[in-house]
Design a protein around this ligand. Structure first.
Ligand SMILES: NC(=O)c1ccc[n+]([C@@H]2O[C@H](COP(=O)([O-])OP(=O)(O)OC[C@H]3O[C@@H](n4cnc5c(N)ncnc54)[C@H](O)[C@@H]3O)[C@@H](O)[C@H]2O)c1
Ligand SMILES: O=C(O)C(=O)C[C@H](O)[C@H](O)CO
Length: 270
């Protein structure tokens, strides 16, 4: 079979969290273009989620919205329960959202440390666990993809708990791949570099983003679609023999010293 045929996802049911905008939305759209039907999660009341659902349906695929906070106490388990009710199965899981604030190590507030570990690591752990249990019970394998970050390997000032939580997700990816391989469940992660998403636009001014784009080795920031395409490959049959892999999609960012560009102190308040 050709790569083109193997990358098709027709008949597969995928759950993507944080699918209203940014990287989650781009992953969902790319999976739909490859033929998957999708359960799409985002926060309660998210208008962007409904826009993603509409766009998926306009591609001729099913799009089932599940509004829930994946960081909340019953969030991950309830999202998986709802996904099973709507779609009947989860063949593919993409665990996407994270929580972070920027603050120096010496001043980092402990309640924010807890939120970062809860939102970035624990919610991902619990979502993967709940989805993997369904995949194992069903006995037909599955694909799990975690959205990590280059910061798992690349320390930025003011981001210690977030980077540590992403490093923990990388380890979790390796551990899950070992424990789930006998169930034919592939577990992989993508490390996005600096991707032009609404979240980055909230943190940085246009001037900072434009300057960073010029300085990045590829000459531009990453686009959410760059991550979406890598995600679609990793959850397809074309990647059948890939498990426990951490794929950077960063245009060479992690090998260039851009620490000066990544400091929030250069943000223009306007
Ligand atoms: N943008 C980057 O440069 C970059 C780089 C490396 C890693 N990442 C990672 O990519 C992932 C997505 O980031 P993004 O830049 O697309 O962010 P974003 O804020 O632009 O989009 C995140 C989406 O997730 C949703 N979301 C957030 N918290 C949620 C919650 N508790 N429950 C349900 N939905 C929730 C948001 O509403 C939004 O739709 C994160 O894990 C982030 O750490 C991003
Ligand atoms: O969100 C992340 O994990 C990133 O690495 C994004 C950017 O690289 C970061 O905002 C730049 O400081």
């Amino acid at each position: 079979m050709s790569l083109f045929e193997m990358i098709r996802l027709d008949g597969r049911k995928a759950l993507v969290t944080g699918a209203g905008q940014g990287i989650g939305r781009a992953c969902a759209l790319e999976l739909a273009r490859c033929g998957a039907d999708l359960v799409l999660n985002d926060r309660p009341g998210s208008e962007e989620l409904l826009e993603t659902v509409e766009e998926i349906r306009s591609l001729g695929r099913e799009g089932w919205p599940v509004e829930a906070d994946v960081f909340s106490s019953d969030g991950p388990e309830s999202i998986v329960r709802d996904a099973m009710e709507r779609a009947g199965a989860i063949d593919i899981l993409i665990s996407n959202p994270a929580y972070s604030v920027r603050c120096g190590f010496l001043d980092y507030p402990l309640d924010e440390l807890d939120r970062t570990i809860e939102g970035t690591f624990k919610s991902g752990f619990r979502l993967c666990q709940a989805a993997a249990r369904q995949m194992v019970n069903r006995g037909r394998g599955g694909k799990i993809l975690l959205i990590s970050s280059v910061q798992a390997e690349m320390p930025f000032e003011g981001c210690a708990p977030y980077g540590a939580a992403k490093a923990a997700l990388n380890h979790l990816t390796h551990s899950m791949s070992v424990e789930l391989v006998s169930h034919r469940i592939n577990v992989n992660a993508i490390e996005p570099g600096w991707i032009d998403t609404p979240n980055e636009r909230r943190i940085f001014s246009d001037a900072v983003i434009n300057a960073a784009g010029t300085d990045l080795p590829w000459g531009r920031l990453g686009l959410p679609e760059d991550i979406g395409r890598a995600a679609a490959f990793l959850v397809s049959d074309a990647a059948e023999y890939i498990t426990g892999a951490i794929l950077p999609v960063d245009g060479g960012f992690r090998f260039k010293d851009m620490r000066a560009n990544t400091q929030p102190k250069v943000v223009d308040p306007e």
